[in-house]
Design a protein around this ligand. Sequence first.
Ligand SMILES: [Zn+2]
Ligand SMILES: [Zn+2]
Length: 145
Amino acid sequence: MTKTEKILSYHGIRPTQMRLEIYKFLKRKQSAVSFSDLKKAFVQKSETNKTANRTTFYRNLKIFEDKGLIHQINDGVGVAKYAISDENAKDKYGIDLHMHFHCTNCRKTICLPNKISKESLPNDYEINNVNLVLKGVCEKCRQKY
Ligand SMILES: [Zn+2]
Ligand SMILES: [Zn+2]
């Protein structure tokens, strides 16, 4: 088994060709990938049987999200973006709690390495989703000025 196959299997996802490719595609990116860019890479690539391919693609993305392999980010630009979740950062609810950074210049969104602590939450409260986005100018864009 390859490393990617292992990661998928660990999440209870059967490693098909397309699933491995989607995972590797997201993993290679330094920033979150928009739904339309993902679709462009995986649906329009296949000339034969586009409808089946599109259905499979949607289903795979949903499975990845449900199993906590990837997460959706709403950075305020109006399109859903996806990024790989950090396997080592999951809390007992299975969530990788972290903030995001959205660059208002190049419009890229990245996952920030620092994790959010649940200490500030009152007892018996439970988090099951997090959508925090810091906005500003990224390192690369700042160097241009
Ligand atoms: Zn930037
Ligand atoms: Zn993230």
